[in-house]
Write a protein that binds this ligand. Structure first.
Ligand SMILES: Cc1cc2nc3c(=O)[nH]c(=O)nc-3n(C[C@H](O)[C@H](O)[C@H](O)COP(=O)(O)OP(=O)(O)OC[C@H]3O[C@@H](n4cnc5c(N)ncnc54)[C@H](O)[C@@H]3O)c2cc1C
Length: 475
């Protein structure tokens, strides 16, 4: 027990997972310290101005179908800032042009092969191959997305549809990513249905009513914050009531007779902090370093989780120069050989951003994602070069001829964990090794999903785990 009778919980990492954990601990009789190594809170959540508009540099949207994100936003007092996406239909830039993304699909796996054929995303031979699905037995066990979906519907569907959608989330490659870990709902549905297209259908809302019928008022799939998703970390930190420290890199974590000792700061001038329980909410590599002494098995498994690097190139154009867009953006399959793997027309997707631009200087803001797992060469270009490359590719896909008026390059080195084949077993092993250490829990994007709601869910679980430990110890 630390210096007073109230148990002390240290949360290592001030990204959304660590801050959410601190928020959930506020309900328990504990005092909480969040230690963030960098000078600012938020990790992958960050907003800054470009051409006078506040635009997210990292995460920009939140899946509203999972309750955890919206619930935390409301609990942190930002419910009034929630905004739905204005335009959600996207496109695929492939086979030499922009083609509509089929509406009836789950992460690119199609439910309706007639709709798919009409989009032109896949060749006629690729559609014919998909129609022959029943003749293709599915692979068993934890296999890659390419192996599972490719064996059932053909590799062209993986390359031109599934890979770009998964690439938009993980910056990963379908031949490495685990089908069960990255497409979990589909993996479960596939066990219940004869074909994969039927399994996808079972996950989708019913098709829209025929022309002339009253359209159903669908709840928004994605939401954001008028002030940017980057506003969430500070609000959650404040609502948690925790003691928040930045520039506080935790270098070592050791068990003591009473709990845990954290070593903070430089080796020359270390500071020690004692805690009764610890929530480790960092990416896998620092988590592995910190657990090397106390939970070597967990550390060994954490080292097996690779991370992909990427960059977001945000470009602002004079609105009058930019060709009108009906869609929120487009994705580019790796097989089409471009540097930009996804472009979001931010001011189209999020009308509140367009409304925020100065009335006399309306702009069109475009977010270009660059960088795929295993392909780091493109990220070695300097910022100006990367922005010029993104702008050149954008000119090709949209026909814009005028240059941008502002550019911003945000690099996310090792930004996205890769849920490769074996991920679920790896996470089970990490959790088992961590559970064997009293008063230790892990949270964050490395485990059960990289989206913000999934990270918040791991934080809630971690908070419950350490609270249960402290309650049992008191008893
Ligand atoms: C470019 C990009 C776009 C994304 N877009 C979306 C999106 O639109 N929607 C969505 O839901 N998700 C999106 N994601 C994913 C999502 O943002 C992340 O998975 C999530 O924010 C990760 O949160 P986290 O708290 O687990 O980790 P992080 O945000 O990585 O936070 C971990 C924190 O730990 C700190 N830290 C590390 N080591 C130490 C140490 N030794 N001591 C103290 N502190 C330490 C780090 O500095 C960091 O602040 C995106 C991710 C990226 C990179």
């Amino acid at each position: 027990m630390t210096f007073d009778a109230t148990p002390h919980v240290a949360v290592i990492g001030g990204g959304i997972a660590g801050l959410a954990a601190a928020f959930f601990l506020a309900a328990a009789p504990v005092r909480v310290t969040v230690l963030e190594g960098s000078p600012r809170l938020g990790g992958k959540l960050q907003t800054s101005d470009i051409a006078g508009v506040s635009v997210d540099e990292g995460a920009e949207a939140l899946l509203a179908r999972r309750p955890e994100g919206v619930a935390l936003i409301e609990a942190a007092g930002l419910g009034g800032d929630l905004v739905p996406a204005g335009v959600t239909s996207s496109a695929i830039y492939t086979r030499g042009g922009l083609r509509p993304l089929p509406r009836r699909q789950f992460m690119g796996v199609p439910a309706d092969l007639d709709e798919l054929a009409a989009t032109g995303v896949i060749s006629a031979a690729g559609v014919a191959r998909a129609r022959g699905e029943a003749a293709s037995p599915a692979a068993a066990g934890d296999v890659s997305v390419t192996e599972y979906v490719g064996s059932r519907l053909g590799v062209e569907i993986v390359d031109r549809l599934v890979d770009p959608l998964l690439g938009g989330v993980y910056a990963g490659r379908s031949e490495d990513l685990s089908f069960q870990a990255t497409l979990a709902p589909l993996a479960a549905a596939a066990r219940e249905h004869a074909t994969l297209t039927e399994a996808v259908s079972s996950l989708l809302p019913p098709p829209p009513p025929p022309a002339g019928g009253a359209p159903a008022q669908a709840a928004p799939v994605f939401v954001s914050l008028a002030t940017g998703i980057g506003a969430l970390p500070e609000a959650v930190a404040k609502a948690s009531g925790a003691d928040i420290r930045v520039n506080a890199t935790v270098r070592e974590l050791n068990r003591t007779a009473a709990g845990w000792r954290l070593t903070i700061g430089s080796a020359a001038d270390p500071e020690f902090l004692d805690a009764d329980a610890v929530i480790l909410a960092t990416p896998a590599a620092p988590a592995a370093r910190l657990l090397a002494a106390s939970a070597a098995d967990a550390a060994a498994q954490l080292r097996q989780i690779p991370y992909a690097s990427m960059a977001i190139v945000t470009l602002a154009f004079r609105a009058a120069d930019f060709p009108a867009q009906q869609r929120s953006g487009y994705l580019v399959p790796a097989v089409d050989g471009r540097a930009v793997k996804a472009a979001t027309f931010s001011t189209v997707k999020w009308p509140h951003l367009a409304a925020r631009a100065a009335a006399d200087r309306p702009v069109q803001v475009v977010r270009c994602s660059v960088g795929r797992s295993g392909d780091v060469a493109v990220l070695q270009r300097d910022d100006a070069d990367l922005a010029a490359l993104a702008e050149a590719e954008l000119a090709e896909t949209t026909g814009i001829t005028a240059g941008s008026v502002a550019q911003r390059v945000t690099r996310w080195g090792g930004g996205l964990p890769q849920y490769n084949v074996g991920h679920l077993d790896r996470v089970a092993a990490i959790r088992a090794a961590v559970a064997a250490q009293p008063g230790l829990a892990v949270a964050g994007a490395a485990y059960d999903g990289i989206g913000i709601p999934a990270c918040i869910a791991t934080a809630k679980t971690a908070a419950a785990q350490v609270t249960a430990h402290l309650t049992a110890r008191r008893g």
